[in-house]
Design a protein around this ligand. Structure first.
Ligand SMILES: [Zn+2]
Ligand SMILES: [Zn+2]
Length: 138
């Protein structure tokens, strides 16, 4: 059995890299207003991991606390968003899908926070949608 990482990751400029030694817990598209601003895009695709499985290498990502209990990290050099951590998800780190080199292998499971979805960002891909997060919608 290979002992190598399950995934590797690299920002646009290559200053921030990571190795991930575990499988994704989930993959989801987030349409919340903060993710739209943080990525300058219609939505952000996240891959949830056990925090212990992710090892950052290279330059240390810069930290921005976008709201209480939320830590967003990005490359200080090229600006690529790399991760999200929130108190509401203890023990997890959410990596931006585009940061992961093997992102073709990912299987998105849902769209969350579609209450702030951009009208032109179509989500008719057969995946379940949630107004906010699944636990809020329940
Ligand atoms: Zn970079
Ligand atoms: Zn979001």
């Amino acid at each position: 059995m290979s002992e190598g990482p399950v995934y590797t990751a690299r920002c646009l400029c290559g200053a921030v890299t990571a190795e991930i030694a575990g499988e994704a817990l989930w993959v989801s598209h987030c349409h919340c207003p903060s993710c739209q601003k943080a990525t300058s895009a219609a939505f952000a695709t996240y891959v949830g991991f056990d925090k212990a499985a992710v090892r950052f290498m290279g330059d240390e990502p810069r930290l921005f606390k976008s709201s209480p209990g939320v830590e967003r990290r990005f490359c200080h050099s090229c600006g690529s968003p790399v991760s999200f951590e929130g108190e509401a998800w203890p023990g997890e780190i959410h990596l931006h899908a585009g940061f992961i080199n093997e992102s073709d292998q990912l299987q998105p499971e849902s769209h969350v926070y579609v209450r702030s979805r951009k009208p032109w960002a179509k989500t008719e891909d057969g995946l379940p949608t949630y107004r906010m997060f699944p636990r809020d919608d329940a």
